[in-house]
Write a protein that binds this ligand. Structure first.
Ligand SMILES: Cc1cc2nc3c(=O)[nH]c(=O)nc-3n(C[C@H](O)[C@H](O)[C@H](O)COP(=O)(O)OP(=O)(O)OC[C@H]3O[C@@H](n4cnc5c(N)ncnc54)[C@H](O)[C@@H]3O)c2cc1C
Length: 498
């Protein structure tokens, strides 16, 4: 391609946010170029590594059948016992509570208010969805009972989502250039963004455009930035997804005076198999996560519990518990299940690449996993004695909790008393960072005086302001789709009018 070739809109990145932005910009009838730093084989960013799970507002399965799950089979439909609706009020309450009331309410209102329409829009672009039968439901009397608000996934998970989005982009005539990464944003004397300086197989290149949408992820894959913003020791966590989200878009925008915003010292981080590689594995995907801890207990290598495993649904706690594991000796923890609940652990516990041991007694399990034996025996004895009677039900907040412990377990607290016992060793796996750029409700990136930087838009992980300390599961993809669509449309409109 000739260096002087001009585009109306450049989208930086080729994950979910970027591809939604590209589709939305192209709908405005403009010429769109997507730049992706990774190779074609490595494309799709973190979005590829996901389960493809989306949280969005709906009125239950009958409603979903009209326009989102319109190709669900009769057998799938009949197997659903309950798929609870999610109202805008419920979603907003969850977002605000989980982020300790720090989430930017204007962005939150857009995210939630446009969630259903955005899913419908994706469906029109031939993205297919199904209920998350495997991971987000428990079977009761043969029927799936869904819980926790993230109940719908893209067919084929994250891989499927990215493939379907790329196909949609191809149908819209959008060009995607791989192995070409943003290095700098180019501005004219007035401050208008007029293109990007990128680095590709042939070296540096200036690519002009009338508008640019940054959608190239956070800084989770940059150990230097992790230590700088998240704190000491964070260079040692595992990265759950792509190695390419190194903060390039955030840094390029900050260099031209964009305003940093949001939860810069916190990140989405989970319990992740201790033997997992430094970055995500495109075959194992998210199966290194270990997310059945609400039906077990979690101890450190001293044998001490340190989190309320049953504080809330997994979808509302998992993203903050990786950080708690980081604080433990050797950044390690062990999830323990007894025979009563072990059959109900999620599929990710059954992969071959798992760091686990099983034993008939707690002492033996502790010895096998290098946990302090006396410490674990004491913890389990105290925990068992603190468990209160009640009707255990993992698909609702059953209130079956402990009493009198310094670290309580608020729901699903059954004594760990029936062998064999199973222990899974985890460390911290970072998913994505919460700090990023400030945007307004039009998706425009704001400068240090809160004025829009002309021609510059952003979407997805690199936008700050929505998530702090914690995160409601299934909101990362929705965030990229809603704000990708918004920013892409406005970038397209600007380019069309220029
Ligand atoms: C294992 C795992 C499971 C997850 N599961 C879920 C889930 O089920 N549901 C959910 O909602 N969220 C989930 N998430 C979170 C979700 O992945 C992210 O919130 C979302 O995918 C972010 O989308 P994005 O488009 O902003 O970033 P990404 O999908 O990461 O895309 C960013 C893209 O930018 C590219 N890039 C980086 N730098 C440059 C540059 N300089 N120039 C050009 N391109 C560049 C990257 O290569 C990448 O392709 C999960 C994340 C992980 C890691």
């Amino acid at each position: 391609m000739a260096a002087e070739e001009s585009w109306d809109v450049i989208i930086v990145g080729a994950g979910n946010a970027a591809l939604c932005a590209a589709l939305s910009a192209a709908e405005q009838g403009v010429k769109v170029l997507v730049l992706e730093k990774a190779t074609l084989e490595d494309r799709g960013g973190n979005s590829t590594f996901t389960a493809g799970g989306f949280r969005f507002c709906h009125d239950g399965v009958e409603d979903l059948r009209t326009d989102i799950l319109d190709d669900m089979t009769p057998g799938e439909y009949d197997s659903i016992g309950n798929l609870p609706p999610l109202s805008e009020e419920q979603f907003m309450e969850i977002l605000m509570r989980i982020t300790e009331h720090q989430a930017d309410e204007d962005l939150g209102r857009i995210l939630i208010g446009q969630s259903r329409d955005t899913m419908r829009w994706m469906r029109k672009h031939k993205i297919r969805f199904i209920p998350m039968f495997g991971r987000q439901s428990f079977k009761i009397e043969g029927k799936h009972h869904f819980y926790g608000g993230v109940n719908i996934e893209a067919v084929g998970g994250g891989w499927g989502l990215v493939d379907m989005l790329v196909q949609a982009c191809e149908r819209m005539g959008i060009t995607i250039r791989y192995e070409t990464g943003l290095r700098e944003l180019i501005q004219d004397e007035s401050g208008q963004v007029t293109g990007v300086r990128a680095f590709g197989p042939d070296g540096y290149e200036n690519i002009p455009a009338k508008a640019v949408v940054l959608a190239c992820g956070g800084f989770e894959s940059n150990p230097e930035m992790r230590v700088r913003y998240l704190g000491q020791g964070w260079e040692l966590c595992r990265v759950r997804g792509t190695q390419h989200n190194t903060g390039d878009g955030i840094n390029a925008a900050l260099r031209i005076g964009a305003r940093p915003h949001g939860g810069w010292s916190s990140a989405h981080a989970v319990q992740w198999d201790i033997s997992a590689p430094p970055y995500g594995d495109r075959v194992i995907l998210d199966n290194f996560q270990k997310h059945s801890y609400p039906i077990g207990i979690v101890v450190n290598l001293n044998g001490e519990r340190f989190i309320d495993e049953g504080a809330d649904y997994r979808n509302h706690t998992y993203a903050k518990y990786g950080k708690e594991v980081m604080k433990q000796p050797q950044r390690a923890a062990v999830q323990i299940f007894d025979a009563k609940t072990h059959d109900n652990v999620r599929d990710e516990y059954r992969i071959r690449e798992v760091t686990k041991a099983s034993a008939d007694t707690i002492e033996e399990l502790a010895e096998k996993l290098d946990i302090n034996v006396e410490g674990l025996k004491k913890t389990v004895a105290e925990f068992n004695a603190a468990c209160q009677p009640g009707e255990y039900n993992p698909s609702i907040l059953d209130g079956v909790g402990t009493r009198g412990l310094a670290v309580p377990k608020s729901n699903w607290a059954l004594p760990i008393d029936t062998g064999p016992f199973h222990g899974y060793v985890v460390t911290c796996g970072i998913t994505f960072t919460f700090g990023g750029l400030k945007i307004n409700t039009e998706g425009q990136v704001l400068d240090l005086t809160d004025k829009p930087i002309p021609g510059l838009y952003a979407a997805g992980e690199l936008v700050g302001g929505l998530f702090f300390q914690n995160y409601p599961g299934g909101t990362g993809l929705l965030n990229g789709s809603v704000f990708g669509r918004l920013s892409g449309r406005n970038a397209g409109l600007l380019a069309r009018s220029a």
